[in-house]
Ligand binder design. Structure first.
Ligand code: ZN
Length: 232
């Protein structure tokens, strides 16, 4: 059921788009071949043609845009997961409402490689990529969520270790997504120094995503060449 339902909105938009393309096609065809019951072809109504073409393109845009963003994220996530195949899906509001894991901002299935971003986290990540130099904390969180879920696909299940692998790779992840080097480094360090460290003090549910061993030279340091905390 979930699989079918999550297709409905993009499908509805696609069908509306196809309908308006068909209207345009019919109008043009009628100007070349006489319609049934008429002796002569009818001249094209330019305003009508313009309106139906604009509607066709407008309805095609959201599904095409989301589809291409998902493909882009899937490819980058696969690279982050050391080539374990990831496929990212951006949930619509409706998907989120019927998702049994709706309270989690995102989730991943390490067996299938499927990563789900709840509404509105794909939009937040898009916003981050539009202006990474003035990223909000929400936007940095969307970057970390993307890296975190990719680490699950890579095979890690323990949340503290997954999150630590993510904070070390947020610099790499941001660069993979097209963020300029210096900005990517600063964003990744901000997330680690501020957001991540705050969990030690807040405690509660978030403490499952924190370890004091997640630091340069400590147990969870993977000594990556391009680690977020590696000296430049
Ligand atoms: Zn997780």
């Amino acid at each position: 059921m979930r699989g079918t339902m999550r297709l409905i909105f993009p499908m509805l938009w696609t069908l509306l788009s196809l309908f308006f393309f068909w209207c345009a096609f019919r109008e043009i065809r009628a100007s070349i071949v006489a319609p049934a019951g008429y002796d002569f072809p009818a001249p094209v109504s330019k305003p009508y043609l313009a309106v139906v073409l604009v509607l066709a393109v407008l309805f095609a845009w959201p599904p095409v845009h989301t589809w291409s963003f998902q493909r882009f994220l899937s490819a980058k996530s696969t690279a982050l997961a050391d080539n374990h195949r990831a496929s990212v899906h951006c949930n619509t509001l409706f998907d989120t409402m019927i998702d049994p894991e709706m309270l989690a901002a995102g989730h991943a299935n390490p067996l299938t490689g499927k990563i789900v971003f709840q509404k509105p986290w794909c939009a937040t990540l898009m916003a981050y990529l539009r202006h990474p130099e003035r990223a909000s904390f929400n936007e940095l969180e969307s970057l970390d969520m993307f890296t975190h879920e990719s680490m699950h696909v890579r095979g890690e299940l323990n949340e503290a270790r997954t999150e630590c692998q993510a904070v070390q790779r947020n610099y790499r992840a941001a660069k993979l997504l097209g963020v300029p080097d210096a900005t990517a480094k600063r964003n990744a360090l901000d997330y680690y120094n501020i957001d991540y460290q705050a969990r030690a003090k807040i405690g509660g549910m978030l403490s499952a995503y924190y370890s004091d061993q997640c630091a340069p030279g400590k147990d969870m340091d993977e000594h990556l060449d391009d680690s977020t905390w590696a000296a430049p």
